[in-house]
Design a protein around this ligand. Structure first.
Ligand SMILES: Nc1ncnc2c1ncn2[C@@H]1O[C@H](COP(=O)(O)OP(=O)(O)OP(=O)(O)O)[C@@H](O)[C@H]1O
Ligand SMILES: [Mg+2]
Length: 223
């Protein structure tokens, strides 16, 4: 399993104190595409932050790629996150005063990929998202859809075992949305687990499984 989470609880002190996750169980295997639905405030981002090692659950167990994350140091968590997870956030976090290539190279630098291997990885990821022609463009000159695709390229450039995407098609037209979903399917095809948080019910058709978050628990509908 890439994700193996059991009885996750998470609350916030407030005020008022609230309990957001109330025993969430989730298992996602390599190559699976999972959509997560739920009303605004249901706890989707809270869950994504925990699965992405950006926040900790109050209780429960979480194994990511076989590692029990409750037992490791913060530094090891950071390393595990960089190595195993590619994030696609709705706000894309592209560095505007760096080129497209530099935005991707930064990710590989963090992972200490040898310099001689990076250019080919950067070019391959950009080719995957149809952005190779923009290799030397500055981040700030890209359109919204191009920024979204660059964010995707950054998520896949190091071939993570888990891709976590929060509304990856949120700002895109139908054609670009379909391309993004195709790309995520190809990543699943090479063995990545892909978890997409979305309000877009069309993604339910694309996913292998759909999870509904409600009342602090995750329930499953098979599509
Ligand atoms: N750091 C925090 N401190 C206090 N409350 C928080 C914090 N983060 C989230 N919450 C609350 O937890 C609940 C779940 O928030 P979350 O962001 O996970 O919802 P969501 O399902 O992602 O919603 P949306 O679809 O609107 O993005 C909300 O009621 C929110 O106000
Ligand atoms: Mg959210």
């Amino acid at each position: 399993m890439v994700i193996d989470a059991t009885a996750l609880h998470k609350g916030f002190l407030g005020p008022p104190p609230i309990s957001v996750l109330n025993g969430v169980d989730l298992r996602v295997a390599p190559g699976e595409r999972v959509a997560v639905h739920g009303r605004s405030g249901a706890g989707k981002s809270t869950l994504m932050n925990i699965l992405g090692l950006l926040d900790r659950a109050d209780s429960g167990t979480y194994h990511l790629a076989g590692v029990d994350v409750s037992t490791i140091s913060n530094r090891e968590r950071d390393r595990l996150r960089s190595r195993e997870i590619g994030f696609v956030f709705q706000s894309h976090h592209i560095i505007s005063h760096r080129t497209v290539a530099q935005n991707l190279d930064l990710k590989l630098d963090i992972l200490r990929v040898p310099a001689g291997q990076r250019a080919a990885m950067v070019e391959q990821a950009l080719a995957e998202v149809g952005m190779l022609a923009h290799l030397h463009a500055q981040g700030r000159t890209l359109s919204g859809g191009e920024k979204q695709r660059l964010a995707l390229a950054r998520a896949i450039v190091a071939q993570p075992s888990l891709i976590l995407a929060d509304e990856p098609t949120g700002n895109l037209d139908d054609g670009n949305s379909a391309e993004v979903l195709d790309l995520l399917s190809r990543e699943a095809g090479r063995g990545a687990a892909v978890v997409v948080i979305t309000h877009d019910t069309r993604i339910g058709m694309w996913a292998d499984r759909t999870i509904i978050l409600a009342d602090g628990a995750a329930s499953e509908t098979t599509t």
